[in-house]
Each structure stands twice: as structure tokens, then as C-alpha cells.
Ligand binder design. Sequence first.
Ligand code: HEC
Length: 142
Amino acid sequence: MKINIPLWVGVMISLSISTFATDTAETLFDAKCAVCHTKTRPTDMNNIVAPAIMGVMRHIKMSYPQKEDAVKFMVDYVLEPSKSKAICMPQKIERFGLMPSQKGNVSKEELTKISNWLYDNYPPAGFRGMGHGKGMMQGKGR
Ligand code: HEC
């Protein structure tokens, strides 16, 4: 009579390594964005090549409090960056240069995944002041 400890252990293991199993948003981010955007507060501000992602997300949420709009903005910006669309402070662009388009590096689908994940996770907890907003703009584009 076999007991099912192996199964139980197996479940535990697969739960703990599931982040590596497929292309989750985070692995996608790590592979495609983290080269430039660090996920943690930069230890050496002189060595960074792009704003840390928590800062980026903070600004994005200030301009696009609605998730839908924020995701739309990010997907568009990452594929077609331009100075006029940028929501980050002009000094950032002056310092780092405009973000190079990631067309070819990341697909729209992957980007949507990444953007949703970013919106849900950054900036990290402790920054939760955006509960208002009634969808006044409806995000219709033009
Ligand atoms: C080669 C380096 C590089 C890579 C790779 C990169 N970025 Fe950027 N990104 C930058 C720089 C530099 C800026 C700041 C200048 C700007 O806003 O264009 C920036 C700015 C941004 C912004 C803010 C845009 C704004 O309004 O100013 C977002 C959002 C962003 N990146 C998302 C991403 C995502 C998502 C990925 C991965 C798919 C990614 N980036 C990959 C360099 C990079």
C-alpha cells in the first residue's frame, strides 16, 4: 500500500519552483527589461542606465491611475517610445536618453503580461493611495 507522500512533496516542490516553469510575467521582465530597469532600489545611482522600475511605475500610476490605461500606455510606449508620450520627468530622458524601442525583443502579448504584472506589483506595498478614480476618461483613445 503506497502512501502519497511523494505526491505531496511533489506538489510542494512544483509550487515553489513554479516561477521558473513557464514564461511568467516576472521571468519575462527579468529577461527583457531588467537589464536596464532594476527591480530594487539602485545601490549605485551612477551605474544605472534607466530609471528603476518602482520609480517608473510610480509615475505611470500618477498619470494613468486606471490599470487599463496604464497597461495600454506601457505596451505602446515600450514598442514606440517618444519624448512627447513620455510621462517620466524630462531630466530622466536627458540623462538616460530615450528608451530604445523594444520591438523585436518583446511581443505585444508578452508586454501586456509584463505590464499587468508591473501594475499589480510596483511600486511595492506601502504605496496604495490610488483607490479613487471613476473611469472618467473611459480610455477610448481618440
Ligand atoms: C536598453 C535599456 C532598456 C530596456 C531593455 C528597457 N528599457 Fe524601459 N526605459 C529605458 C530608459 C533609458 C528609460 C527612460 C527614458 C524614457 O522614458 O524613454 C525607460 C523608460 C521606461 C518607461 C517609462 C516611459 C515614460 O513614460 O517615460 C517604461 C514604462 C518602461 N521603460 C518599460 C520597459 C519595459 C516594460 C521593458 C521590457 C519590455 C523595458 N522598459 C526595457 C531603457 C530600457
